[in-house]
Design a protein around this ligand. Sequence first.
Ligand code: PLP
Length: 336
Amino acid sequence: MPIDYPSRIPLARLPTPLQPLDRLTEKYSTPHGGPRLWVKRDDLTESGMSGNKLRKLEFIAGAAREGGCDTLITCGGIQSNHCRTTALVGARLGMRVQLILRGEHSGTSDGNLLVDQLAGASCAFYSPREYFSRQAELFDYWRDFYQQRGHRALCIPTGASDGLGIWGYISGAEELLGDCREAGFEPGQIVCATGSGGTQAGLTLGCYLLGASTRVTGFAVCDSAEYFQEKVRQDVAEWADGREGGVDPAALDVNVNADYIGPGYAIAEEPVYRTIAEVANLEGILLDPVYTGKAFHGLLQELHRGSYQGCENLVFVHTGGHFGLFPHREHFGFLQ
Ligand SMILES: *Cc1c(COP(=O)(O)O)cnc(C)c1O
């Protein structure tokens, strides 16, 4: 049965390419009996708006327009890819954007924050303590602020990961399985970085709805495996709520690998930076230190351990994050 999608505003350049990673396969996978490696280039969903958040925001923007909203409010770290994408989407659609940002603004704006400001988003900065302990209040405050000025705001949760945002990767899974079919295979594994869970939730649910026997694994970049097991099922439960023939979230196979988080969110050690350099050098593909570089580094370690034996084709979903690379420039001293 075809999937019945809700309204969306087309913003992404779709379909994104599916590419084999032959040099990385030869170096890291084949010697350990592992699969052929592929990458789904969701870093190419757009230029400024690039990355995975754009797929989710197509559906969120659709709901905002249907609900008569003229303002988008969302939150994230100072280098949030999600906030940067939302800022540009708002500009593109003629909507105001209010960002609730975690961290101090220190002098020069770099990476994603620079783009937020170029796009004309209003940025409010909060200490991590205030950001986490008062998040619901901060959303209420800004929603009221715009309402009192005659605007109508839609609040988007962290990473646009909720029952609405996961439509982006239900659709992404459908596209990806179609690409693979065209290339002559069904993927044994789909791997992505997991930061707020919505991408993994959409991919897992999409594969399930389409009857694919593909295993979806998220490499966590923060929190714990238990946290994301719960979060992914919670997003799916929200999606299923009130839907006919709904899915039992408990029946989904949710695979989270939390072994490669390292020192913490957005903090990486040298091997991750070396992986980023190697993937750029061998395949001409740029990863970022917060999400895709960390996840890909984890993937290479698992290949080395022989974790994917029996899988013939593995697809890594490149979720973007290029702008977050530059604020980490000082960690690449080994290149000189
Ligand atoms: C947000 C983000 C992720 C994680 O996706 P979630 O749906 O939040 O789990 C992965 N990679 C990049 C580059 C991101 O910006």
